[in-house]
Each structure stands twice: as C-alpha cells, then as structure tokens.
Design a protein around this ligand. Structure first.
Ligand code: NIG
Ligand code: FE
Length: 403
C-alpha cells in the first residue's frame, strides 16, 4: 500500500511519557505505510520526503486518537437476562439469583441451545455496536459453554467474528466461569475437566489467554490455581475476575502467575495491589458492572495509583452484569463513578488496555505501531469522556485502511 498521510488533525497519541497530556499534538500529521505508523508529529516538522510521496487525507480539524481497545468482554452468548433484571428490581440479589440456578447458568442454557450460526448472528450485533464507536481490538471470553464442545463453539464464533468484521479479536478461555449443572456439587471434578479441555482447545488455535471467576459463587483460589497451572504448562498468559463481590485474595494469586490483568477489583486489598504492582499486572476496571449491580464499593483507585498499577477500562459486555456495548459510555462512567481523570480513562481504553491483552504493537500512535486509529468530530479527548450517549466517530482506520 502507498504512503498515506493524515493531516489537519489534533492528534492524541496516547504515547506513554509524551509530555503533553494525552500526547496531544496541535495541527498534527500521521504518516502510514504498510499498515504501520511511519511518522507522527506536528505538521510543520513533517519530513519533506514524506510529504511529497504521500496520498493525503484531510482530517478537517478533527481529533485523531488510537483505535479503542475493549480488553474485557463476554460478548458471545445467546438469549438475554431481562427476567433476572426484573427479579433484581423486585428485591433479589445477583448472588441469590446465581445460587438459585439463574445468573450465568441461565445464559449457559441459552448458549448451549443456540446453533453456531445463530450465536454468531446474535454476537455480531453486539460487536458491531462496539465497532461503531471506534473499537478496533476486542477481547472475547468463553464461559457460557462450560463443556469442551460448547466452549469450542463459542471460541470459534469469536474467531470468526474477528475475521468477518475485520478487527482483532483476542480470545480468552473462561471455562472456570460457573459450575455447569451436570457437575453440581462436584466443583473439583469440573476443574479437572477444565484442565482437560484447555489443551484440546489450545491445540485448535482457539485460546490466547486463560481466565477464571475466583469468587464465593465462582471458584476457590485453590481451584483457580489449578486452572492457572494448566495454562502455565501450555505457556498461556492468565487473567482473573478477582475481588468483584468479596476479597478472595485472587489478585495476589493471579499476580504470582504473572497475570496480564486482574479485573473488577472492588474488594482489592493493599496486599493485592502491591502484588499486582510487583507482577506488572494491569487493573481492568469495569464501571458498567459496578453500575448495573448497583455496587457501592468503588475499586481502590487511590491505592492502585499509589502503587503505580496501570488502569484499564472495559465494557465487560455480558447479559448479567453489564449488558453494555458502549466503550464510550465506560469512558464516562470510569470518570463519574470511579473518579478517574479523563486522561487516565483514555489511557485505560488505549495503551493500558493493549497491555492487559499482552499486545505491544498498538494502543498508542507512534512509529512502528499498527495504524489503528479513529477520527472524531471533537476538539479534545475530554469531550468524549464528558458526553453521555453521543458518538462523534467520523472514520475508523484499521491497519492503515479506512474501515
Ligand atoms: O464479569 N463475574 C463473572 N462474570 C461476569 C458476569 C457474567 C454473567 O452474569 O453472565 C462479570 O461480571
Ligand atoms: Fe467479566
């Protein structure tokens, strides 16, 4: 592909340590070659050779940012949980519903019953909503199949979605999400099964990372450890749903396996935050689930800041705790509910989100990185954090091509 040049933009590079907040460059230019960023800087500094050779795109004064990265979703599922929503409004709690055989297991029933095409079509709708707001990389977890065959079906759908929509999809095996009914009362046997499934799914090229739900209504730290050991034996990175509803000391366990990220973290302790800092794990904050479950305990943001843990922000798109397909709304909620600064929230959906997925080739605009970026009808990144329900996306560019 020829050299492309994007000019007349305010460029928010999101590069770490860029000096200016958001890495902002006034009257910036971005040169792209072979799907990668060849050059980025102020227009006046553009090397003449680049200027002469390039096909120019006029951004007409818009804001140019890296493509957004949603680093935690469960968007492949069937059915909905509107009845559970209603039950909660009539007084039941999320935990009570889960213990009574609803919750995650209700979605497992619907997902198992759906054929692959229907699951694909239902999930594509959600993915397209994310993409419409400038998402260019998305993580998708399994965890609503809970048998080798059904987990494979969900992960295949995730892979196919990436290919059909032209975005990067990173798949995460979340076999240890809930206890399937056929293993009722035998969680350790089910964990044996999860550890058996993993190598088979990995051999099919379906697994980029491994996750678990370490919680009173999920799996114990000892069970989680066994899943992580199976992942380690295959050289797969791990991440964890940790301290969402209680402090199970999951974050410290995950950190001891060098986890890419620990996610949720409302009940994270100081020891957990310290362990995450030591292992370099990212804290993935999920304000949609906090909001939707009407939680009152905010993740310990000050503690995470104090220990220098990178903060990412994601939708957690799932039918039970965050039926949300808007990463822009999460940008807002990270600020309003968790008091992140707009600059922190932006790092959370760009470079820190990339890190939470173990991706080093994206998440900022810098030479050599993938040319995944979005042009917005906006003047400043904070505008996108402030807005509720508006979508100023003008153009998405993926690997240098207009999507
Ligand atoms: O991230 N906490 C566990 N998993 C999901 C919820 C899944 C569901 O309720 O269907 C979460 O909140
Ligand atoms: Fe989740």
């Amino acid at each position: 592909m020829s050299l492309q040049l994007w000019t007349n933009a305010r460029v928010a590079t999101q590069a770490a340590g860029a000096g200016a907040p958001y890495g902002l460059i006034e009257d910036g230019a971005v040169a792209v070659e072979d799907g990668r960023i060849a050059w980025v800087g102020a227009r006046r500094d553009l090397p003449l050779a680049l200027d002469d050779a390039a096909v120019e795109h006029d951004a007409q004064g818009g804001l140019l940012t890296p493509g957004l990265i949603d680093c935690h979703t469960h968007l492949v599922y069937a059915g909905d949980r509107a009845a559970e929503f209603e039950a909660r409004l009539n007084g039941a709690s999320y935990e009570e519903i889960a213990r009574a055989g609803g919750g995650i297991v209700a979605t497992v029933r619907a997902t198992r019953a759906a054929d692959e095409e229907s699951l694909f079509a239902q999930s594509r709708r959600r993915l397209r909503s994310l993409l419409a707001e400038g998402v260019t990389t998305v993580e998708i977890k399994s965890g609503y199949g809970l048998s080798q065959e059904q987990e494979a079906k969900c992960l295949r759908v995730a892979r196919r979605l990436g290919a059909s929509e032209g975005v990067t999809v990173r798949t995460t095996f979340l076999g240890a999400h809930a206890l399937p009914p056929e293993f009722s009362g035998r969680p350790d046997d089910y964990i044996d099964e999860v550890c058996r499934m993993l190598p088979a799914l990995h051999a099919q090229g379906l697994v980029d990372a491994v996750d678990a739900f370490c919680e009173r209504i999920g799996f114990s730290p000892a069970q989680t450890r066994r899943v992580f050991e199976a992942a380690r034996a295959l050289g797969l990175p791990v991440k964890l749903h940790a301290e969402q509803l209680s402090d199970s000391e999951g974050a410290a366990l995950a950190a001891s396996f060098g986890a890419l990220s620990c996610d949720h973290l409302e009940w994270l302790s100081e020891a957990g935050a310290r362990a995450m800092a030591r292992s370099g794990s990212v804290a993935v904050l999920l304000p949609g689930a906090f909001y939707f479950l009407r939680e009152t305990r905010v993740p310990p943001i000050a503690l995470l800041r104090q220990h220098g843990v990178p903060l990412a922000v994601a939708t957690d798109c799932n039918p039970g705790t965050s039926p949300c397909t808007s990463l822009l709304l999460m940008l807002n909620m990270a600020c309003t509910l968790f008091r992140l600064t707009p600059e922190e929230a932006w790092a959370g959906v760009t470079r820190h989100a990339a890190r939470a997925l173990g991706l080093h080739d994206r998440g900022a605009l810098a030479p050599g990185l993938r040319a995944d970026f979005v042009l917005w009808d906006a003047q400043h990144p904070a505008e996108l954090c402030q807005a509720l329900g508006s979508n100023p996306r003008r153009t998405t560019v993926i690997e240098g091509r207009i999507a």
